[in-house]
Design a protein around this ligand. Structure first.
Ligand SMILES: Cc1cc2nc3c(=O)[nH]c(=O)nc-3n(C[C@H](O)[C@H](O)[C@H](O)COP(=O)(O)O)c2cc1C
Length: 395
């Protein structure tokens, strides 16, 4: 295990990942759609929320332990599903899933992962969550659900905000593909990433493991945008959610909710959790930050008397962000880039370090705010006026 004590914040991991990961895959992670305004606001809106420091409160015996979907977690943070993760580090999904398992938080595997559902199941022991993109090819989709069940996945995440793809300029300019095409530019860039290349030579997993060899008539899906345009189902609607829930028959998470009306629909759909998420600023640029959308969604769902769990992702780069999301009313969070930077920097050790950093920041900040149990944190720890109006004051 690498000693990463001098890595003191997620930003350190980002900088190392930027150095070590081939340009097209680093850019795929560190980008949002179009002008990237929503991508930036996801982080800056967190900074605008201020915490209330309390003193001379007994801070012994602190705990961040809570439940997500009825299972105990060491902190209210799950690894979000991300595509191409096995291109940040060879067999990246397996490394990230192992780090999550050892730490005691849930791991989610994307439909667009490099390691397949079976690869991750064979190389881990804790059940993980599977994220489903609904495809036009119904048979292929039903088969994905069957495979996730057979692999003992403990929840299905239905991603609701990617029926069409938000344009990400860098991916087009870089010619993003898995594996990278042998162009002169790519070869020159890969020559500067020796550790990445050596690690990649040690694995056979170089393309989309859930799809290649499983979907009919799919010869070349190296290009994500081509695959999305061809295969993702733009007709997906709330009517399909019930059908998918039935096919799955287990816990269901709906991810990508940004408006109270949709949150109410999610609550009525019988889903077990919803994720307030703008896909990390990668879909509708110009949308609110997730944290700005959260308070109204919490209020609307509470008014329904629904016990659907409300989680948040997009923009979490520290344990303080997790604490703020919980104070505004979420009961769980997910992290995307924060773990991907760790993975790109140091593989499994880097993901562990990312989780440790977030844990420690959340724990100490909670103590400063006068709490010892994460389940007791409310908006009482926030300075009034700094979190209620993020929506109107979003810039
Ligand atoms: C590189 C990358 C790939 C992603 N791929 C997927 C995906 O395949 N499926 C999905 O539901 N969400 C995907 N997402 C969105 C994440 O699940 C999550 O919503 C987002 O990363 C949260 O924002 P954050 O990165 O600021 O934490 C992806 C995000 C990133 C950064």
């Amino acid at each position: 295990m690498k000693d990463l004590k001098k890595i003191t914040e997620i930003e350190d991991l980002r900088r190392v990942a930027e150095r070590k990961v081939p340009r097209m895959f680093y850019d795929y992670v560190d980008s949002g759609s179009w002008t990237e305004t929503t991508y930036r606001n996801n982080e800056t809106d967190f900074d605008r929320i201020k915490l209330r420091q309390r003193v001379l409160v007994n801070m012994e015996g602190r705990s961040l332990t809570t439940d997500m979907l009825g299972s105990k977690v060491k902190m209210p943070v799950a690894i979000a599903p991300t595509g191409f993760t096995g291109m940040m580090w060879a067999d990246g999904e397996i490394h990230a899933a192992r780090a999550a398992e050892k730490f005691g938080v849930p791991f989610s595997l994307s439909t667009m992962s490099i390691c397949s559902i079976e690869d991750v199941a064979e190389n881990t022991s804790a059940p993980f969550w599977f994220q489903l993109y609904v495809m036009r090819d119904q048979e292929f989709m039903a088969n994905l659900i069957r495979r996730a069940k057979a692999a003992n996945c403990s929840a299905l995440i239905l991603t609701a905000d990617l029926q069409v793809l938000g344009q990400r300029h860098k991916d087009i300019k870089n010619g993003l593909s898995a594996p990278p095409k042998p162009t002169l530019g790519n070869i020159l860039n890969l020559m500067t990433k020796p550790q990445w290349c050596m690690n990649m030579l040690g694995t056979k997993r170089h393309s989309f493991g859930n799809i290649v060899g499983h979907a009919k008539n799919v010869e070349d899906i190296s290009s994500l945008s081509a695959w999305t345009a061809e295969q993702f189902d733009p007709a997906l609607s709330w009517d399909d959610v019930a059908r998918i829930k039935d096919m799955w028959g287990g816990k269901l998470i709906i991810k990508g909710i940004m408006e109270p009306e949709d949150a109410i629909m999610a609550a009525r759909s019988g889903a077990d959790a919803l994720v307030v998420s703008n896909h990390g600023g990668r879909q509708l640029d110009g949308a609110l930050s997730s944290i700005a959308a959260l308070a109204d969604i919490v209020q609307a769902v509470r008014a329904e008397n629904s016990n659907i769990e409300i989680w948040l992702d997009s923009g979490i780069r520290s344990g303080q962000d997790v604490l703020k999301a919980l104070a505004v009313g979420a009961t769980g969070t997910m992290i995307g880039r924060a773990f991907l930077y760790g993975l790109g920097a140091y593989g499994e050790d880097g993901v562990r370090r990312a989780l440790e950093l977030i844990y420690n920041e959340c724990d100490i900040s909670m103590a400063f705010c006068g709490h010892t149990d994460i389940n007791q944190v409310t908006n009482d720890i926030l300075v009034k006026g700094t979190y209620e109006n993020l929506k109107v004051n979003s810039y």
